[in-house]
Structure formats: C-alpha cells, structure tokens
Design a protein around this ligand. Structure first.
Ligand code: DCP
Ligand code: MG
Ligand code: MN
Length: 325
C-alpha cells in the first residue's frame, strides 16, 4: 500500500462516503471493495484494462477509475455533491445532536434547509440548541481563544479546589492550528479532592454566564462529563467539554480525551490483540473474549503516566502531536 493515496483512491472514498450518506448501501459497498483492491494493487493504474482486471472492479467502476487517471476528475462525484439530497444532508449532520440517521429522516420528511427544520421538524432539546447556534458552532477557533477559555476555567478551579491539574486535550493537545471545541480534563493529584468539584465548577461557571447552554451532563463511572456551550464576552459561542476524573483514572482518561478517535481505536485494537482492554478508565490485562465479546474483564494495571500505557501495549511512545490520525 503506498503512503500517498492516489487520486483515484481518494475520489472512490468520497464516492463511497457520499453513497453511504444517501443510504445507497450496495453502491457504497461496491466502492468499498474496489478501494480495497486498489490499495492492495502494487502499481499505479496505467491502463483501463489494468483497472478492470482488479477483483471487485467491473466495467463501470473501471471507467470511473480511468476517468480520474486521465482527467484528474470524476464528473459523477461533482454531480452527486451538488444534488439537493447531499447538500441538505451535509447541512443537517452539522446540527449538534443530529447524526446521519436523523439527517436522512429529516430529508425523507421533506425538509431541505435549516429554516425547514426550525419551522417544521420535531427537534430534541439539544438539536434546538444546535440549530440556534448553527453558524457559530460550525466555525473552528484559534488556539489563542482555546487558551483564554482554559484560563477562565482554570481560574475558577483554583478558587474552588487549589492544587487541581487541568489539561486541555483533543485537537488542541495534538497541536492542531484550529479547534472544533475545547476539551478540558481535570483531576486532583491527592486522589480525593476532585470529589464535589464538578457540580461546584459547572454551577459557578454557569452563574457567571460563561457556560451558556448545557447539552449533556453524563456520569461515566467515577468520571463526570459536561458537554455544553461557553462564550467569552468578545467572541462567539463555542463548544466545551469538561471531564473531572479521579486521579487513578487520569492517564487513561488523558489518552482517551487527547485522541484522535482513530488513534484511540487503533490503541484499543492493539490492546485486544494482547488480551488486554483499554478505555478511559483503565488498562486491563487477562481479558478473555469470546467472538470479540468480553467474558472476563481482567484486572486493571497500575498506570502512572501516558508512557506506561504505551509500554504495557509494547508500542513506542507517541507524543500527542503524532496522534493526529
Ligand atoms: N473521542 C473518542 N470517541 C468519541 C468521541 C471522542 O475517542 N466518540 C475522543 C477522541 C477525540 C477526543 O475524545 O480526539 C475529543 O473529542 P472531540 O470530538 O472534541 O474531537 P477533537 O478534539 O479530536 O477534534 P475537534 O477539533 O473537532 O474538537
Ligand atoms: Mg475537541
Ligand atoms: Mn470535544
């Protein structure tokens, strides 16, 4: 498999995603098969026959691959992207609280625009918030703004519980130049002083008007999670996620919350191959699975740093900036 993806692989991937989006499962699947063959193929496609000879690639797909090789474009993809269905679905999935399924349902109900949703759709409480701030939330923010938001939260944490540790995770920690939201992880190194902090913190940050809209508050084992919106006086509404964790789960929570999602999946996959299991709460050994289903949850390993997680998994340490895929 080559490192640089050929154009024809990229375009075929876009075709697959577009067909998935509009629920054309069979078409999506045929692209998926072709992509697998193309990736396995050792050489660049240089003739139409070569494309056609690949397993899973029939006449029609071969023509598309050949069109991309020859012209660098795929008209069908451009056509599809301009359809009302694809443009509506792309708009709808960006409403916070709506996924691909909801977007498809809205389209099937005849809705085409945000105005349609506002006037006619049955929206959940979260989706209403998502719609209200649609234009603001679609924008990513600069790192400098993330830092300002961090300092507002840190100041409050220091007032409520001096000695807490606070880390901004997510795309910010991975070094991206812009961030979709602010992901804040908080713990207290003494192992117990985090108790009660979550409610107090969310309470006072809401009272000051910094937190403007609550989306979800979740209890995830001993970790507490706030998903909502915040706003600096000079700026737009931004998405913020705050997790408070006991210190014994801090490093696994840190790896989880730093991501990327793809990186997390590959770490979990490596763990499962070693009869271990990794999640935001811990790393467990001696895990037994039956057809991928956990039968015995194993025992949790002592984790004292991010490095120790990599070590147990037998993989070289990767700093956050190298976890961006
Ligand atoms: N995460 C995960 N699985 C999920 C959701 C999140 O593993 N279903 C982890 C990995 C993410 C991290 O949490 O990197 C933060 O989630 P975000 O949705 O905030 O994603 P990012 O911060 O990576 O990107 P963005 O800049 O879009 O916020
Ligand atoms: Mg984020
Ligand atoms: Mn987030």
């Amino acid at each position: 498999m080559s490192e640089n993806k050929e154009n024809y692989v990229l375009y075929q991937e876009q075709m697959m995603k577009t067909y998935e989006q509009i629920n054309e499962k069979w078409k999506a699947l045929s692209y998926k098969k072709a992509i697998i063959s193309l990736k396995k193929h050792p050489a660049k496609i240089s003739t139409f026959e070569e494309a056609k000879s690949l397993s899973g690639v029939g006449e029609k797909l071969a023509e598309k691959i050949w069109e991309i090789v020859e012209s660098g474009k795929l008209r069908k993809l451009d056509e599809l992207s301009e359809t009302e269905e694809v443009t509506s679905l792309n708009t709808f999935v960006n409403v916070w609280g709506a996924g691909p399924k909801t977007a498809q349902t809205w389209f099937a109900q005849g809705f085409r625009s945000l105005k349609d949703l506002e006037e006619k759709a049955q929206l959940t409480r979260c989706q209403k918030i998502g719609l209200k701030y649609y234009d603001e939330l679609i924008e990513r923010m600069e790192r400098a703004e993330v830092q300002k938001i961090e300092s507002v939260v840190l100041t409050e944490v220091n007032i409520l519980r001096p000695g807490c540790e606070l880390v901004v995770c997510g795309s910010y920690r991975r070094g991206q130049t812009t961030c979709g939201d602010v992901d804040i992880l908080i713990t207290h190194p003494d192992g117990s002083s985090h108790v009660g902090l979550f409610d107090a913190l969310i309470g006072s940050l809401t009272e000051t008007g910094f937190l403007t809209d609550e989306l979800i508050i979740a209890h995830n084992g001993p970790q507490q999670k706030y998903l909502g919106l915040c706003k600096l006086p000079e700026s737009k509404h931004r998405r913020i996620d705050i997790i408070v964790t006991p210190h014994n789960e801090f490093y696994t929570a840190l790896v989880y919350f730093t991501g990327s999602g793809h990186f997390n999946r590959s770490m979990r996959h490596m763990a499962s191959k070693m009869n271990m299991s990794l999640n935001e709460h811990g790393l467990y050994t001696g895990v037994t699975r039956n057809n991928g289903v956990k039968v015995c949850s194993g025992s949790s390993l002592p984790i004292t740093s991010e490095e120790s997680i990599f070590k147990y998994l037998g993989v070289p340490f990767r700093p956050p900036e190298e976890r961006d895929y």
